[in-house]
Design a protein around this ligand. Sequence first.
Ligand SMILES: C[S@@+](CC[C@H](N)C(=O)[O-])C[C@H]1O[C@@H](n2cnc3c(N)ncnc32)[C@H](O)[C@@H]1O
Length: 278
Amino acid sequence: MIRLAVRVDRADAELVLAELLELAPSGVEERQLSETTVEYAVYGASGELPALPDLQAAAGGSLVEIVTETVADDWDQRWKAFHKPITLDAGGRRMRVRPPWEEANDDASLLDLVIDPGQAFGTGAHATTRLCLELLLGVDPDGGCIDLGCGSGVLAIAAAKLGWAPVAGFDHEAESVEATLGNAAANSVAVSAERFDLRGGGPVPSAELVLANLLRPILLDLCDAGFGGPPPRLLILSGLLTGEADEVATRFVEAHGLTEIERRSSGEWSALLLGPGL
Ligand SMILES: C[S@@+](CC[C@H](N)C(=O)[O-])C[C@H]1O[C@@H](n2cnc3c(N)ncnc32)[C@H](O)[C@@H]1O
C-alpha cells in the first residue's frame, strides 16, 4: 500500500485542499508539518492513487513537494484512526456522525448517523459538510429534500433522520449513488439516489429543501440552469470559500427571488441558508 503525500504552502492550503478533494473524494489525511507547510496524504494501491500531474496541477504554485512511501499493512487502521465521530450542536438539535467502526453513543438526545464514505466524499468531517449539517439542524422539517452532489449521502440521510420526506440524492459518480443507498439502508431511512450530471445543461431537480455542497463554478452553473418544478423554499449551499460567498449569494438571490437567512463560516469555508424572499 502506498502513502502519497502532497506538501503545500500553508497560506494556500484550503484552496489546494478543495482541489485535492476532487481527486480524492473520500478524504485526505492532514498534517501540519511546520509553521509554513501542510501535508495532505492519501492511501491506496498504485493504480488507485491520483496521477502525479493531476496532483501537481491541484497544488499549483503552492506545491512544496510530493512524497511517496510504502506503508505497512496497518494502513487501513491508520485510515480509520483519523475518521473520528463528529458531534454537531445547532438550532436546538444535536447530531453525531460516526464511521461504522465506532460504537453508537447511548445519549438519546443525540441523533446518530453512521456513514461509511466508501469511495465517495462525505465522512461528515469536512468543514463544508459540517456547515451544511449545522444549517440543516436549524430548520424545521417541512416536505421533500433533494441533495445535489450527495457523495456518501451524509446530508440526505441527516435530512431524512430529521423528518424531511421524500429525500433524494443525485451525483454524477456511480460510487456516490452506491454509498448513499448503502448508508441510507444502514441508517434505516428512505433515501433514493441516482446518477445525474449537474452540468448536463438542463434544470436540476427541486424540492422544498435543496442541499448543494458543491464548488463555486458548479453552484453558479446550477443557478443559471434553474430548477425543474417550483424553486426550493429553502436552499443550503456550500463548497464555497469565504471570499466566494457574497457572489454566490447575490446570484441566487437575484435569479430565484430568495433572501439570505444565515451564513456560517469555518476556516476558509462558508455555507449559506437562503429562503423565501421578503
Ligand atoms: C463536496 S462533495 C459533497 C458530498 C456530500 N454532499 C457532503 O456534503 O459531504 C461534492 C459532490 O458533488 C459531486 N459532483 C461534482 N460535480 C458534479 C456534477 N457535475 N454533477 C453531479 N454531481 C457532481 C461529487 O461527486 C461529490 O460527491
